[in-house]
Write a protein that binds this ligand. Structure first.
Ligand SMILES: [Zn+2]
Length: 166
């Protein structure tokens, strides 16, 4: 078993789409910065990479590289999942906490969960999507994501048993 932890934050900017967990949420502001600014997919990607003790998302996909500007963050997640599979591991479950003042995540939590499940080939009971407001933190213009993942070694198929001669 391996555990991974990821954290990310992005600042809200007016006039760009808000992407969280691969879902576009109706809101006049989106998250700026690296790629499409999907704070949740970035934190999941970093949790997976961290569980493999691998390079982090910023090393694999440098924000300074123009090819990642506006990129779909699912690309990063797929690369992390590929590395997990190559190392012989599979995701058991993940849990996440989003911290943002607005919009309210509750009405969108099911859609976000479904999107993450589809991207990661997980069942809904293996993906925790929680949200809190940043009370007293002074981060009202940012979205923050914390993610923990658990991985298990994939069981190799036992070799077929030879029939014993009678
Ligand atoms: Zn990010």
């Amino acid at each position: 078993m391996r555990i991974g932890y990821g954290w990310d934050s992005h600042e809200f900017k007016r006039g760009i789409p808000l992407r969280i967990g691969g879902v576009t949420l109706p809101y006049p502001k989106g998250l700026g910065g690296h790629s499409d600014g999907d704070v949740l997919l970035h934190a999941i990607t970093d949790a997976l990479l961290g569980a493999m003790a691998g390079p982090d998302i910023g090393s694999l996909f440098p924000p300074s590289d123009p090819q990642w500007k506006g990129a779909d963050s699912a690309v990063f997640l797929r690369e992390a999942l590929k590395r997990v599979a190559q190392a012989g591991y599979a995701v058991v479950n993940l849990d996440s906490t989003l911290i943002l003042l607005a919009p309210k995540i509750g009405p969108h939590a099911a859609a976000i969960r479904a999107s993450v499940c589809a991207l990661m080939d997980l069942s809904p009971d293996c993906v925790g999507i929680k949200a809190k407001t940043p009370e007293g933190m002074g981060t009202d213009n940012a979205a923050i994501a914390h993610v923990a993942v658990l991985l298990e070694k994939v069981q190799k198929k036992a070799p077929a048993r030879r029939k014993t001669a009678k």
